[in-house]
Design a protein around this ligand. Sequence first.
Ligand code: TXA
Ligand code: MG
Length: 370
Amino acid sequence: MSNQTFETQCLPCTDEALSLGEALLRQGEIIGVPTETVYGLAADASNGEAIEKIYIAKGRPSFNPLIVHVGSSLNSCQKLAEQGLLDRDKISEQAVELANKLMRAFWPGPLTLVLPRGPTLSPMVARGLETVGFRMPGHPDFLKFLDRSGLVLAAPSANRSNRISPTLVQHVLAELSGRIPLVLDGGACQVGLESTIVEISGPSATIRLLRKGAIACEALEAEAGVSLQALPAGERLLAPGMMSKHYSPTKPLLLVHEDNLCLELQSLRQSGVLAKISVLKFSDSPSLTMEKELQICGSPLELKYLPCNDSLAAKILFQTLRMCDESDAQIILVELPKQRLQSGLWPAIWDRLTRAGVRHLTDRPSDGST
Ligand code: TXA
Ligand code: MG
């Protein structure tokens, strides 16, 4: 089974394609699906064998649990518990109230809530943990798919393990073609960054941030009415996506502060690095002068830009990193703006860049990421 190869079909989300996708999932196959964050690789969450196929196709470490995606009728703890997805006996009244409140505010959307796992989910989803992450996706075609089929789907991002998350259907094909029978094309992911993951537990409904993501922490805190707690370093494996190296291009990616870009380029050249360098800058007004100055510091290089607006930057971050990875440059150098903004999607953007970077040429940025 592990060596099975497919001629991967890539189809827009017509009713026929959704029916084909449903049939494949019911047969225990895995398929690529669009979400508003990144593309996912989905399996029926009650089918342990199908879930195993996700791990094989991705080369995912076996200890890393999956997020479960639910349709729009499963919009409260009660509804999840009625379907046996959530264990109501293991969660306090206060935690239920808080979880319901966050579901009302942010679902469908990029918020994953980690709660006690119920019996109808395959234990394979949680990889030995008693909890599981739930999310109701905001992509209209995927939500329609979940609603029509009534399926509950386990889905990680549809990339090979540790690689850059896919935000266009072409990325899924580049990563998984031949390994899966179908990917549904839902266009470019509108958000471009993975969901924010929080765990709610305990008698007083403690809320802990497991992964920074597409919902800003301040928005969650405003809704929850309490502060998010950070994950202690010793508990990192609770959310293995928090592993320090993740989301990586295949080429070395170096992070450098704005003021030092020219110096770093010069010192790379002086130390004998002759390779072409891909330089990624945050700028809304790229100028020829800026480009010329950089070429003087260390050509040959190619310049790519990310917008200074956080939502716009998030939307094309992974796509742009992938382009740098695919170009003929051999090193990627990402210039971090001097001003490290702590609100909106910036902390999640820094988090992903920091995890993608293999070496920091200048002071390691500290965004409090755990
Ligand atoms: O936006 C997203 O969340 C995307 C789309 C496809 O929904 N999914 C995604 O899945 O990013 P993945 O597998 O790439 O990342 C899921 C993260 C992993 O780091 C995993 O460790 C964590 O969620 N996770 C899942 N279940 C957990 C649990 N019970 N406790 C702690 N962390 C959990
Ligand atoms: Mg992932």
